[in-house]
Design a protein around this ligand. Structure first.
Ligand SMILES: C[S@@+](CC[C@H](N)C(=O)[O-])C[C@H]1O[C@@H](n2cnc3c(N)ncnc32)[C@H](O)[C@@H]1O
Length: 588
């Protein structure tokens, strides 16, 4: 299969992400086609000179769609070609498609290394973002004092991680292959599993074998180590495990690195304004493995009785002026300025219009691995979403299905609306693979598949859809649509996740709620209540969604907050539709 890697290049230099992607590709020895795109990296990254000669200079239209570096998997005219963006995802594809089994081993046990996207995995986030961000910061930020150098905390976190017991599958088997025999330690068999991780050394970041995680970390740690050495600081004296890891890595990948970067001393040291032999500060970090589950990550959790009372006060005390009638319709008392913008009427029109029996098999969610028990409900959800989209689009529109999963909605829309173009964006490799297979079977010419985080998506579009985009993902989609002045059709889920304090969105989002005195703490309680299958839960769900549509109404959108029918199609059945004003739309 032909793969093409697109790297941003300006005057023979690339960004740190471009450099790492190129390094992984060089190390894999793959015959990936390279396209060096004459394009600024778009990030604050310093420029790194690369050795690869400029073989092609294109202003690719793909760079309008998603961030660089990106990998195109498949031939140019392949209908189901896949665009992959994001360092871990790009690197995984490069390695996966190597002919060399030794290279493929870098994907670890069952090929899972860095498969979980960064927002779900601390480890992916560390390797794909945090180490890179801290390298950029160290190289570009003016330092506090010219005679003190603080070692980047990510390096210290790596040192702590390397101290922790190894977590790997088949660790006991591996231990038996190593020189240390558990039997020699005279430990009861049941204890061996527990202790095995402490008996093996962390030669590499995931254990005794080098993986993709090491490959992504290597360029940053090397660059940082060299910069520190320029100040007379020997990193290994302060972080011995990182020092040993780097030595081991250089033996394996040094050659690929040396053929990737052109002049390691390209970074302008004068800009750092450091005198030689400065005082070294090693920041304190948590003594923990980076594999550890983040206790701050969101969970639904139960509400305390105090929080439940607060939610009841918000709902019943009518600070939100939101109620549900017996027939399931909702009423909200809105300020006069919003009354004409927000419609909370019952949703009757968004029900089945599609004759599923007339559709080819790959359009049907049955082919998209939806289990039989959920199939009818999935069809009901798709019926409602598709009907709302069909009402909102015009001929020639570009529709983006954000968080498209296995492509149920995107593929259906592409099939039903042949004069529109549908782009599906999802960060889960396996789901995108299913979608790709279905697109190929249908030979859909009006569909594009992107495997990436939704926030990498850059393209112009007219309408954004998202069916059950988890938690904050719905709000990121909403934000993207508002910025693009695109229409939206959203059915959110995982409301409890919005209770997490470190999300990229500030809640509540709307002036409506802010002026009604709904605090972030109130909102967090509402969000957690929204995941409960009770009357208060359903009303809280609508209250969270009222904030979302009110946010869009504020930007001049005409919005409706309705429900997919029947209610039983999913406990998460709110349907948010927004059409930007000053835009005439005709039904196709
Ligand atoms: C519950 S599934 C819904 C999939 C599909 N829309 C459907 O209804 O079948 C949520 C999907 O969102 C994707 N996702 C979550 N956060 C994402 C993000 N930040 N960027 C891209 N995809 C994301 C997940 O990979 C998953 O496939």
């Amino acid at each position: 299969m032909t793969n093409t890697l697109y790297i941003p290049v300006v005057d023979g230099t690339t960004s740190i992400n471009g450099l790492i992607a190129l390094f992984v590709n060089n190390w894999s020895g793959n015959k990936t086609l390279l396209t060096l795109v004459d394009h600024p990296s778009g990030s604050e990254s310093p420029a790194f000179a690369i050795q690869t000669p400029i073989s092609a200079k294109v202003d690719s239209d793909l760079t309008l769609l998603t961030t660089l570096p990106l990998l195109v998997v498949g031939e140019r005219d392949d209908v189901s070609r896949l665009i992959v963006s994001g360092l871990a995802a790009v690197s995984r594809h490069v390695i996966k498609e190597s002919d060399n089994p030794e290279v493929r081993k870098a994907l670890g046990f069952r090929g899972n290394c860095l498969q979980a996207p960064a927002e779900c995995s601390i480890w992916t986030s560390f390797c794909e973002f945090q180490m890179i961000q801290s390298t950029i910061l160290f190289l570009t930020q003016p330092l506090m004092a010219a005679d003190i150098v603080e070692i980047p905390s990510t390096l210290v976190k790596l040192e702590e991680h390397l101290k922790q017991p190894i977590r790997m599958h088949n660790i006991v088997k591996r231990l038996q292959e190593e020189t240390i025999k558990p039997s020699a330690k005279q430990v009861p068999q049941e204890e061996i599993q527990k202790l095995a991780g402490t008996w093996l050394e962390h030669t590499y970041s995931e254990g005794p074998d080098m993986t993709l995680a090491d490959l992504l970390l290597f360029p940053c740690v090397t660059i940082l180590t060299e910069k520190l050495a320029n100040f007379g600081i020997v990193l290994a004296n302060h972080l011995p495990r990182v020092g040993r890891w780097l030595t081991a890595m250089k033996l394996l990948v040094g050659q690929a690195w040396n053929t990737t970067i052109s002049d390691p001393s390209i970074i302008d040291m004068d800009s750092l304004r450091i005198r030689s032999q400065p005082t070294v500060e090693v920041p304190r970090v948590k003594e923990t493995s980076l594999y550890k589950k983040d206790s701050n990550r969101p969970g639904i959790g139960n509400l305390s009785s105090e929080e439940a009372t607060r939610v009841a006060d918000l709902l019943k005390g009518k600070r939100l002026w939101l109620e549900e009638n017996e027939d399931g319709t909702r009423v909200a008392e809105l300020p006069p300025s919003l009354v004409s913008h927000i419609d909370i009427a019952a949703c009757s029109e968004f029900i089945a219009r599609i004759d599923w029996s007339s559709l080819p098999d790959p359009v049907h969610p049955r082919q998209g691995h939806v289990p039989g028990s959920r199939l009818d409900r999935k069809i009901q959800q798709l019926d409602g979403m598709a009907a709302a989209v069909i009402d909102a689009v015009s001929e020639g529109d570009v529709i983006v299905d954000f968080c498209s999963g296995g492509g149920h909605l995107g593929i259906l829309l592409a099939y039903l609306l042949p004069r529109c173009h549908v782009i599906m964006v999802d960060n889960k490799e396996e789901s995108v693979r299913h979608a790709r297979k279905r697109v190929a079977q249908l030979k859909l010419l009006n569909a594009t598949l992107i495997q990436s985080n939704l926030d990498y998506f850059r393209g112009p579009f007219d309408l954004g859809v998202a069916l059950h985009a988890c938690g904050v993902a719905t709000d990121l989609v909403l934000q993207t649509c508002l910025v693009e002045r695109a229409a939206f059709v959203l059915c959110p889920c995982c409301y409890g996740n919005l209770a997490h304090p470190d999300l990229p969105i500030q809640y509540p989002q709307s002036q409506l709620y802010l002026t009604r005195g709904v605090s972030a703490t109130d909102f967090s309680a509402l969000a957690r209540m929204a995941d409960h299958l009770t009357d208060a839960g359903r009303l809280s769900m609508a209250a969270v969604d009222l904030d979302r549509v009110a946010r869009a109404a504020q930007d001049g959108y005409r919005v409706t907050l309705q429900k997919l029918k029947p209610d039983s199609c999913s406990p998460k059945h709110d349907l948010l539709v927004g059409i930007p004003s000053k835009q005439t739309r005709t039904i196709s």
